[in-house]
Design a protein around this ligand. Structure first.
Ligand SMILES: [Zn+2]
Length: 568
């Protein structure tokens, strides 16, 4: 058996599972194959005992029967600090799933154990639980293999499965499906089983597509609705396994719709808020805080409402001293200079004009943190719907919007307040604001070490495409599309001197891309999608984009670890 991960979306992945010569795409359902319940043609099959048939996977059809053990284990592991010994067993199996289906805390803890160590590189298998409407959440938790046992059990009890839940076959006057079984005009156990198989396989295809697009979380938030066990699992995953999910969440993900309560606790959204608290420092010269509402159009700067705010700032003559910070759900706050960074320009929310309690508390907490930590000379609230919770935590501030931030009167009040309360900016304030903004972005992306990229440097270009240069050498470039900094080799050298975002390799120059087998050690701050420096000792050899977690870089024998942009 051989397993290769192809695409990742958080803990979920697509892959190729090769079993005795036959290749199957994962996530996959392994089908029981017996005279009574024949497996669909070409499907991955489970067999109660290993008879060596080509393409069959020797799994226990359920945890209630004894499992056969396959001998040709090649899980693709090698020695590393994560894996002192190659673990036994060909699959990472969730044990005791029957009791975990009554116990969401237990289920989430089992996922945490399954994905914490070297087992992460093995195909993971969850028996019995894989009904179609549960497959998205289970895959989201990192499960690669399911079996057909629950589909058979459903057919035996007259349960008609859909991707949103279970229906009573006997009570359906019309069948809401046009698969060949439902379309046959016959209604029997055989047709019901065939339908259940088809629904499950269609859902698996949908899930694989979502993983490729990076949109599985949205599918999960939609699918969990019909089953309390699933909602519980997702919420407890977010509460108890944030660190694990965050480790696997790409730094640059796919745009998403934040349409449910759970969207507030997406790992990429929570990471945004935590990173602000852990890494953020405002641009030095921006000493007046201006809190403004978000816009539906992203990046915000391209919206009409934000163009008007900008006009009001420019006509005050105090533009360089003002720090615009956008108050928004689900991110909480977006400082203007970070508005291109994922997910600040990549989310969409339903706008009702009403903030619920969780959103209000989040806005209150983050605004309190901002004014407490960033030490402004002046605080201006220029907000709409979010005005009440934000103003409730401010003490010394000016409200210029009176609840209507876009009105001519409010905008004039904003301009006048800035003119009255702030001195005119100095030449130095005007000249240095760009590099101040860039320093704040560097710090957000690379941590405090990122500030080194701005030492003695200048910013060139036209927003959103900006370059950081020092003397004749370009260090990094911000592009509007990527929303983050891409390093040059010179920029990589600067970062490697700080020991940040480094992937250590042996004494060679990476040709093409860097594969996991070549990695000796990777900085634990690195996330998928991050710009990294490939180093040997103190020597920066290449820069590129991380394709796996630092944990996997240390463990895996196969797979691209860093997609190289420039090499020596
Ligand atoms: Zn059907």
């Amino acid at each position: 058996m051989h397993f290769e991960i192809i695409d990742r979306d958080g803990l979920a992945r697509t892959g190729i599972l090769e079993v005795r010569g036959a290749k199957h795409r994962t996530p996959a359902i392994a089908f029981v194959d017996s005279p009574k319940f024949p497996a669909p043609e070409g499907a991955l099959k489970v067999e109660p005992a290993a008879d060596g048939t080509q393409g069959h996977l020797s799994l226990a059809p359920s945890e209630f029967t004894s499992s056969s053990v396959e001998a040709d284990l090649k899980p693709g592991l090698r020695g590393s600090k994560y894996a002192p010994d190659a673990p036994a067993g060909k699959l990472a199996v969730i044990e005791g799933i029957a009791s975990l289906m009554l116990d969401s805390n237990g289920f989430v803890a089992a996922i945490g154990r399954l994905k914490a160590g070297p087992d992460i590189l093995k195909p993971s298998y969850c028996s019995v639980a894989g009904l179609p409407h549960r497959l998205a959440l289970l895959t989201y938790c990192g499960i690669d293999l399911f079996d057909s046992v629950p589909l058979i059990m459903a057919a035996e009890t007259g349960t008609y499965l859909t991707n949103t839940g279970r229906l009573d076959y006997g009570r359906l006057k019309e069948l809401p499906c046009s698969c060949p079984a439902c379309h046959s005009g016959r209604r029997g156990k055989e047709e019901l089983l065939r339908h259940n198989y088809i629904v499950a396989e269609n859902e698996i295809r949908m899930i694989r597509h979502a993983i490729e697009l990076g949109t599985l979380r949205e599918l999960v938030e939609a699918r969990v609705r019909s089953d309390p066990w699933l909602v519980q699992n997702l919420r407890i995953m977010d509460l108890e396994q944030y660190d694990l999910q965050e480790l696997h969440a790409p730094v640059r993900g796919t745009p998403f719709h934040a349409g449910s309560k759970e969207s507030l606790s997406r790992p990429d959204v929570v990471r945004w808020r935590k990173r602000l608290a852990e890494r953020y420092e405002r641009p030095l010269r921006a000493r007046a805080l201006l809190l403004i509402p978000c816009s539906a159009k992203k990046p915000y700067s391209l919206s009409k409402s934000h163009a008007r705010f900008r006009e009001a700032l420019i006509s005050s003559g105090r533009y360089e001293l003002v720090h615009e910070v956008i108050v928004t759900s689900p991110l909480g706050l977006v400082p203007r200079e970070l508005e291109l960074f994922y997910p600040a320009k990549d989310y969409d929310i339903p706008v009702t004009g009403h903030w619920d309690r969780d959103e209000k508390r989040m806005a209150e907490d983050m605004v309190s943190w901002l004014v407490g930590s960033q030490k402004y000379d002046l605080v201006i609230s220029h907000l709409g719907d979010e005005r009440e919770p934000v103003n409730s935590v401010l003490s010394d501030f000016v409200d210029t919007s009176m609840g209507n931030p876009g009105s001519r009167e409010s905008l004039n009040r904003l301009t006048e307040t800035l003119r009255e309360r702030l001195p005119a900016p100095s030449e130095e304030d005007r000249r240095a604001r760009d590099i101040d903004d860039m320093r704040s972005l560097c710090r957000f992306q690379f941590g405090p070490a990122g500030e080194a990229l701005c030492e003695g440097a200048s910013v060139y270009g036209r927003w959103p495409n900006l370059k950081i240069s020092r003397g004749n050498s370009q260090l990094a470039m911000l592009t509007g599309d990527r929303g983050m900094l891409s390093l040059t080799l010179d920029g990589g050298k600067v970062l490697s001197e700080q020991g940040a975002y480094c992937v250590e390799i042996g004494d060679f120059i990476p040709k093409g891309n860097l594969f996991a087998i070549g990695v000796e050690k990777a900085d634990e701050s690195i996330r998928i999608g991050d710009d990294v420096v490939v180093v040997h000792g103190k020597d920066a050899r290449a820069v590129g984009v991380a394709r796996m977690t630092p944990q996997e870089m240390g463990l895996a024998e196969r797979g691209e670890a860093v997609h190289i942009r420039h090499a020596l």
